[in-house]
Design a protein around this ligand. Structure first.
Ligand code: SF4
Ligand code: MG
Length: 332
């Protein structure tokens, strides 16, 4: 089956005091139609920068795509003009974020903002747009949508606002939805409802989702495949089943140990010692996890592990595995 999205050797660099630092480093992966891919890792691992790179939404003057290719539905996104990207964004690829309040405009009604999305991409009358919006709000589980179209964002609860964002994101029946920590700001019960809703819409529309999260519990409930990112690189990629069966990368093992119980509200990953190195402090050679890895060996600070298939459909980048050792003694 052909891929809907294929990312090849993506490098996103931030320029700091005249030097380039890769916040996303040589990232390659594919998303098939109708699949849900989880991207997991602590904050600062490059998950959001990666998705903003795909969307062409990196903040001006900050990061830029420096290398690699982003192929989506027959188009090479990294080569498109801003105008061409505008036609794809919000229609074929859409995005939802952690805090819907920042994506909704406080001075316009919910109905107005949703209708705008439709008018931007389709030629329809006001009345058609209003009817469609009411249908969309009903589809995301909002009761009394005729009333909610007249509401302003602050009149809704966090969970309702996230439902509105989902309605906005699916208004044009996108092929790919990128959801960046969509439930992190919500309480546990609402979280579960929103994930269920996303899953439900995904099945009905055969949409693909890239779900960015720091929570492996969310991945296990929702995703087909998973990418584990650490310090801008993919360190493990496999099916959710394989991952929960047996994680291969020491970082993933630690993340697994850090899955919180339902009632805990502490930050999920605080249990892993140390922090992700900042961009300007990345080690120049070797494994970027070396200073926190309980299994680190001497070679780990010299040799950069290669992401390679260790088992069937299970890739890992760690020198504990033969497959990850660079060939011909080349150290990168
Ligand atoms: Fe740990 Fe070495 Fe594997 Fe990196 S390469 S994860 S430091 S064992
Ligand atoms: Mg993020």
């Amino acid at each position: 089956q052909a891929s809907l999205l294929e990312v090849r050797k993506l490098e996103t660099a931030f320029r700091i005091e005249g030097k380039d630092y890769n916040a996303v480093d040589q990232v390659s992966f594919q998303v098939k139609p109708g699949k849900v891919i989880g991207v997991v890792g602590e904050s600062g691992c490059g998950k959001s920068v990666m998705s903003l790179s795909i969307m062409g939404l990196l903040p001006k003057g900050a990061g830029r795509v420096k290398g690699g290719e982003i192929l989506f539905d027959g188009k090479q996104l990294d080569q498109l003009s801003n105008q061409q990207m505008n036609k794809i964004r919000g229609k074929d690829i859409t995005m939802i974020f952690q805090e819907p309040m920042t994506s909704l405009n406080p001075v316009f009604t919910i109905g107005y903002q949703l209708e705008e999305v439709l008018h931007n991409h389709f030629t329809i009358t006001k009345k058609e747009a209003r009817n469609k919006v009411i249908q969309l709000l009903a589809a995301v589980g909002i009761s009394r949508p005729e009333k909610v179209v007249l509401d302003y964002p602050h009149q809704l609860s966090g969970g309702m606002r996230q439902r509105v964002m989902i309605a906005m994101a699916i208004a044009c029946q996108p092929k790919l939805l990128i959801a960046d920590e969509p439930t992190t700001a919500l309480d546990v019960t609402v979280q579960a409802q929103i994930l269920e809703l996303l899953k439900d819409i995904q099945r009905k529309n055969n949409m693909s989702i890239i779900l960015i999260t720091h929570d492996l519990g969310v991945v296990s409930e929702t995703c087909d495949e998973v990418l584990v990112m650490y310090a801008g690189r993919i360190v493990e990629r496999t099916t959710v089943r394989n991952l929960f069966d047996k994680p291969l990368h020491p970082y993933t093992e630690l993340l697994m140990g850090a899955i919180p119980k339902m009632e805990e509200t502490v930050d999920t990953l605080e249990t892993i010692e140390g922090i992700v190195p900042s961009l300007t402090n990345m080690p120049e050679t070797g494994c970027r996890f070396a200073n926190r890895c309980p299994k680190a060996m001497e070679a780990c600070s010299d040799i950069t592990p290669v992401l390679a298939e260790e088992k069937s459909n299970h890739e890992v980048a760690c020198l504990l595995y033969e497959s990850s050792k660079p060939r011909g003694g080349v150290t990168l």
